[in-house]
Structures are given as C-alpha cells and as structure tokens.
Ligand binder design. Sequence first.
Ligand SMILES: Cc1ncc(COP(=O)(O)O)c(C=O)c1O
Length: 356
Amino acid sequence: MHKKLLIPGPTEVSKEILQEQTQYLIGHREKAFSDLYGGITDKISKYFQLPVEYKPTVTTGSGSIWFDIVGRSIVKEKALACVNGAFSERCAQTLASCGKQTDILKVEMGEAIKPEAVAEKLATGKYDTLTVCHNETSTGVRSPIDEIGNLVKKEFPEVIFAVDAVSSMAGDKTLPQDFNCDIVFGSTQKCFALPPGLAVGLVSDLAVERAKTVPNRGAYTDLVDIFEFEKKHQTPFTPNISLLYALNKRMDLLLEETYDKVYQRHQDMANYTQAWARKHFSMFPEAGYESITVSCINSNGKDVKALNQKLGEKGYLISAGYGKLADKTFRIGHMGEWNLQGIKDVLAVIDEIWGF
Ligand SMILES: Cc1ncc(COP(=O)(O)O)c(C=O)c1O
C-alpha cells in the first residue's frame, strides 16, 4: 500500500505532478528548452515577487548543493555559520570542507538564532559571509531571518547573507527582499511537493558580484557561470529536464493558489498540529519560534516506532526525531500538497491508535 508522506521531505507528490515527468525529452541547448526553462524562472520571479536586483536559478542537485555553492563561490576569507541543529551544522561543515575558514555560532538545539548574537559576532569585522538556516528541519525551529537580515543590511553591508530555506520555501514566507538576504534556497522535495533532485535559488546581483572576486569556484558550484547561462535561459550542465517539467506545472499551481494563500494554508496546518501537540505532549522548539512546515514534538516516552507501524497500515508515514533527538521527539511534516483537512484526518487516526 502507498503510504502518504508526512515526513519532512520527501513529501507527498500528486499523480498529476508525477505524470508531468513522463513527457519526451528535449535537447538542453534547443530553443524548446530555453522556452521551458525561461518560462519556469519567469514564474519563479513572479511567485516570489522578485525585485530586479534578485534573480532565480534552478540547480540540478538537491538543496545541499547550495552549501557547496556558498562555500566555493561566496566565502572569500571567513564565514560565520550559525548552528542550531543537524542541517545548519552540515552547512558549517561544508563551508569548512570547501577550504574556507568557518567560525560557528552555536546555540542549543531547539533554540532559534537571534539577531543580537549574530551582531556581536559580526561586529568583530572578521566575516565576509553569514549563513543561517530559516527552518531547522531537525528541531522544527524557525529563526527570525528578517530581523537578522535587517541588521546585516544596516550594519554589515559588506557581509553576504545566505539563508537555507530548504524546508520552508514555497510554504512559509521566504522572500529574499523581505529577509534582506543575498541568497535563499529551497529543495523541490519539500514544500514544492516534487520529487527530490532540484533546488531553487534566489540570488542578489551583489552575491554574483562577490562570486566574481572569489577564485577556485569549481565547476558545478560556480555561481558566475550559473548566471551567465541564465542569460540564455540555460544551465551550464545537462539539467534534470523531466523534473523541470514537473516544476513548471508546480509553479502554475502555486501561482494559481497565490503566495499569500499558500502561506496561510501552511500556517493553518501548523496551528492545528501544534494545538494538538500541546494538548497531548509539548513542542520541542522554544516558544514563538515553531516552524510552520514541520512540527517537532516531545514524545514523552511514547513509542513512535510502534505508532508508525500502525499508521503505515492506515496508509500514512510520519517521522521519528532526527539524529540526537531520535528517541526524544517525533516530527510531523505539514507541507507541500497537504491541507488542513488532511492533517485533521491524520491526527484523528493517531488519536485512535494512541487512545486519546
Ligand atoms: C534545513 C535543511 N537544509 C538542508 C537540507 C539538505 O537538503 P537536500 O536533502 O535537499 O540536499 C535539508 C534536508 O532535509 C534540510 O531540511
């Protein structure tokens, strides 16, 4: 039986979207491809209301490729990487593995990254790049990126600010112009509700200018090259054309629903899930910083593995805690194609299994 995915990625993908990928392939240097790809990036610009100083691109490669792009193409001398969970930690490790000096600003798991702490570090003047994860999927924490971005823009304009919105873009609000950041990226297998394999990056002209001054940018991770090809509505290397067909359809659906309504749908699902969690358990994130796309819930000793076994028989899959939080928490992803009624139905099944 197909289990509907409520894990925080990959998330449920509709038949309609899966079907899009069965179209015949086209050559990626043909006009037909530029028409397709240029159409997709136009739709992305429209959906995210991008001002002229920001440009979209779609990478073949999941969200993690952007850790490498930032490490290779953006960090000049030294980065400040903010860490509050497993994915932000991986970002920090990637920057360092690109051979760039990387200092870590670490807070406890469950806490958000706060502007004051970032300001104190940046005030040393040592950093040219800052990374923060908007939506830490391992802990369900949403950091106040707009507050951090306002501070960076006002007080540290020379710092390029890159934001991991892998599990929030196309669900939560992630406009780079509101975040006041230079780069924000999201993966297709999360709120875009597509199969994994692509990532959407929204990038400021300033970030591309920075990249021009950074040597050894690699090939796949060369942001300058990526945006040179964007001018022709192409990608430097052979892209995943089948997935681009699916993304094209998804952008139509997102535009039809509208940015504000997509956000509201995710907020509604989060409100309901978190009210349910507080009734029976408690939320793992510090209050006021809960993600609206994934709820990380303290399991209070309940057997989540056994629950998932039973849920599987009913056709659903939720997620255990991530890494160090495996036994302490469980996570319900409410993103992408899910809606409030769907979440209500699943939580009612859990109520029945657990006897609430
Ligand atoms: C916040 C966050 N960042 C980065 C990643 C890595 O993204 P991907 O698996 O698309 O490479 C994930 C994956 O779950 C994530 O949740």
